[in-house]
Design a protein around this ligand. Sequence first.
Ligand code: MF3
Ligand code: CO
Ligand code: CO
Length: 251
Amino acid sequence: MVNIKTPQEIEQMRPACHHAANTLVMIEAYIQPGITTNEINEIVHDYTIKHGAIPAPLNYHGFPKSVCTSVNHVVCHGIPSDKQLKNGDIINVDVTSIINGWHGDTSKTFYVGEPKIRTKKVTEVARKALELGMSVVKPGATLGDIGYIIQQYVEGEKCGVVREYCGHGIGRVFHEDPQVLHYGKANTGMVLKQGMVFTIEPMVNIGKAAVKVLGDKWTVVTRDKSLSAQFEHTLLVTGDGVEILTLPDVI
Ligand code: MF3
Ligand code: CO
Ligand code: CO
């Protein structure tokens, strides 16, 4: 069941969404060769608490840290560790914050030091895949329209789009209906309505689309060890289009 948010509920959701976006702005300066993903986790955790927010990943179905950090061939749900980032890596930082019981969920892939040709390619395809997905969101469009435009673009770039994980409705609950697939057919699936709030978060592999989960039960990697990148926003369907809720506060 997809719940439509009232204008008042949207106002209640904005602080969590802004906070998650602000966290990504804040963390960018720290993404340098030599930092460990545990250090990134601590910085995100402390910043979140300091601003009166709760890091949603911590203890979510047993996830052990406050943020997901997915490096190189890790697709998503990477667990922060003592491993250092090195020049030429890419890292997706996926932040979900709770304020007043409402969630905001956003992620970005960052270059560590100087990007290589392949890291740049997969990252820019993932960035554009999210942009294209957002561009078709409006009342009367369908979920299939979002999946279709993303899949067409990503596969046209000879990259793979991950099937096993999808965007999702979000609000008082971290993951709720609908499921927002990043592949599909135009003019199929649920019709979008004003007041729906969901994420789009395509995972793009420079190799094949297939993934597997590691023994830690969280870390998702590409089967062929190819690089993977992802961007995510929390979105509101407005009267005539889309509003990105996970934009940073203007300072
Ligand atoms: N933030 C992820 C998403 O975009 C979910 C992470 S679940 C966690 O949906 F437990 F790994 F944090
Ligand atoms: Co999400
Ligand atoms: Co997320």
